[in-house]
Design a protein around this ligand. Structure first.
Ligand code: S3P
Length: 439
């Protein structure tokens, strides 16, 4: 177990390109494997989660190689086509990557071979019936283990059935699993999501030539994938920096008086950037420059300056747009004047940890006035945080949020189990010290 010590920082300054997007890299690895022709994925994320996705694709026969020539930072993935994968000799090991397991469950349900999906103890504890149940409605032969992994998938002898599905929770992973299964269905698959969730799968499928139609229905969204008549086109894309990794530095800068941080080439898909809306409503000074499109995704540079924040209420359709940012948002709320209330965030209980109880408990050890509620949390600020020994609970986003809290605490903060940041951001502590040293 690795321990990290965080000392208080007076200010933060510098320019950073945080590592690439985990959600996009995992999707690119999967889609490239079933496309026809050679995909070029530039600047993919290299982390425990993306290694798990690439390892599973390799076990299905996909030969991933580094990009050669003048563009060495990338992957070259010769696709095997929709029906060219080979049966894996052993269970596919997804490590702790929920995205890998749920998305693979979708497209493996349509394959003509048996497979088993398994993962770490942490992943085995996460709910999988949310994907196995609708997949069974499509005629898939898929069994979970008491609602979780391992998942046992039997060969599909016929095309899967079409489906119209009202998703009970706003989950991009469930939606993506069903869209990928839809590639192997005999009729369209339509999913209604209660609120818009990240749409990277839809964008990437369209780039591969698949017909995907999205329609707004009030606050909700209706997405239909049509079974493709042509092979999927190979991808040629640059993966932007991960907004969810940038979030730690956005908040660190926003709560530190005198801070000025620029984060470049950040993915700014509006289904992901709810944190910007919430922080701006709190009074944060954040500007977006150089807005452009890369590989079908909006990308830009963010400039964040430190200042005073005030409490805010977050709920409804904003919650899924910042679902991975609540541990770090809670840290921002501890420094804001007044009360911050978060609602509609029950999903936080089934992330890498019971995140809600987890970060609430650990932030209280630092002196935060924060309480968990049935579907979110309430914070009273501003609080003078005091360094203490805290635990990551094996959750990368809790570890990184506690590190930022440590920057504005008095005295030193010791983070136990800090190695879990490798899930999405292996060099997090190095990058944090670069910004602290930049002052
Ligand atoms: C993800 C979707 C979200 C998010 C997770 C990554 C994805 O999960 O929390 O970190 O890549 O699709 P849910 O879709 O289960 O909310």
């Amino acid at each position: 177990m690795t321990t990290e010590i965080i000392q208080p920082a007076r200010a933060l300054r510098g320019v950073l390109r945080v590592p690439s997007d985990r959600s996009i890299t995992v999707r690119a690895a999967i889609l490239a494997g079933i496309a026809e022709g050679v995909s070029r994925i530039r600047e993919p994320l290299e982390s425990d989660d993306t290694n798990a996705a690439l390892g599973c694709m390799a076990a299905l026969g996909v030969q991933v190689a580094p990009l050669g020539g003048c563009d060495p930072l990338g992957l070259c993935i010769p696709g095997l086509g929709l029906r060219g994968l080979r049966a894996p000799a052993q269970p596919l090991f997804c490590n702790s990557s929920g995205t890998t397991m749920r998305l693979l469950a979708g497209f493996l349900a349509g394959q003509a071979f048996d497979s088993v999906l398994d993962g770490s103890e942490q992943l085995r504890r996460r709910p999988m019936r949310r994907v196995t149940e609708p997949l069974r409605r499509m005629g898939a032969q898929i069994e979970d283990t008491d609602g979780g992994a391992p998942l046992v998938i039997r060969a599909a002898s016929n095309p899967l059935h079409g489906l119209t599905y009202d998703m009970p929770i706003a989950s991009a992973q469930v939606k993506s699993a069903l869209l990928l299964a839809g590639l192997y269905a005999g009729a369209p698959v339509t999913i209604r999501e209660p609120a818009p969730t990240r749409d990277h799968t839809e964008r990437m499928l369209r780039a591969a030539g698949v017909e995907v139609v999205a329609e707004a229905e009030g606050d909700a969204n209706r997405i239909t994938v049509h079974p493709p008549h042509e092979p999927l086109r190979a991808l040629d894309m640059l993966v932007p920096a991960d907004f969810s990794s940038a979030a730690f530095f956005i908040v660190a800068a926003a709560i530190t008086p005198g801070a000025r941080v620029r984060l470049v080439e950040v993915g700014l898909n509006s289904t992901r950037t709810g944190l910007l809306d919430a922080l701006r409503a709190m009074g944060a000074a954040i500007s977006v420059n150089n807005l452009r499109e890369e590989g079908g995704e909006p990308v830009g540079d963010l400039e964040v300056a430190g200042g005073e924040l005030r409490g805010v209420e977050v709920g409804g359709a904003l919650t899924p747009r910042m679902i991975d940012e609540f541990p770090i948002f809670a840290v921002a709320a501890t420094q804001a004047h007044g009360v911050t209330v978060v609602r509609d965030a029950e999903e936080l209980r089934v992330k890498e940890s019971n995140r809600l109880e987890g970060f609430v408990g650990e932030l209280r050890k630092l002196g935060a006035r924060i309480e968990a509620t049935a579907d979110g949390f309430v914070v009273e600020g501003p609080a003078r945080l005091r360094g203490a020994v805290v635990d990551s609970l094996g959750d990368h986003r809790v570890a990184m949020a506690l590190a930022v809290a440590g920057l504005c605490a008095e005295g030193k903060t010791t983070i136990l189990g800090a190695e879990c940041v490798a899930k999405t951001y292996p060099a997090f502590f190095r990058d944090l010290s670069l910004l602290v040293a930049g002052c």
